[in-house]
Structure formats: C-alpha cells, structure tokens
Write a protein that binds this ligand. Sequence first.
Ligand SMILES: [Cu+2]
Length: 109
Amino acid sequence: MKNVIFIVSLMLTTVVFGQTKKEETVTIKTDMQCSMCENFIKEALIYTKGIKKVETNLEKDLIVVVYKPKKTNPDAIRNVIAKVGYDADSIPAVKSEYEKLPACCKKPE
Ligand SMILES: [Cu+2]
C-alpha cells in the first residue's frame, strides 16, 4: 500500500512539474570584453520580466537565458542586451549606450 501511495504521489508531481515547466532557453551571441560586460548584461536581464536565469560565457561570447515564453520572447531579450550597449545576434548594440560603456568594455579597434 505504501508503494502505491508513493507511485501515485510520484505521478502527481510529474503532472505538476509538467504544467509549471513552461520555460524556454535561448542562447544569444554577443560581444563581451571582460567580466564587467558580463555583469552589465546579467543585471539588465535578471530584472527583466519573464527572465528566470542568465548565464554568460565570456570566452565564447554567449549568453544563455532561461525565460517564460508567456512573458517575454527572444527578440525582446535581445533588445534588452542591445540597450545595455552590446550586440545580440542580429540586433546591433544601441550606439548611444555603447558609447557610455567603460573603455575596457569597448571592442578593440
Ligand atoms: Cu567589459
């Protein structure tokens, strides 16, 4: 009997998780120079509605974002990054914001 209860509760958890797992992941290519860049982007994204998790890879210039598709979408996320002053896939950095970045964060000329 104990086993049956265990299996039933296991099934219930699976169902519950199946419903709440409405998250998607997008990987965005950017152009980061240092750990400050990572922090700028992370901070901007983590306070954006619908974004659950942000991971950056400085070496590969990649940003991995876990988001709720009901609340945001990859292009909205790319726009947030562009507004911080960084390229995001095909969306170029907002120039006026890029100009405000510290010298170490600018692309080497
Ligand atoms: Cu930087």
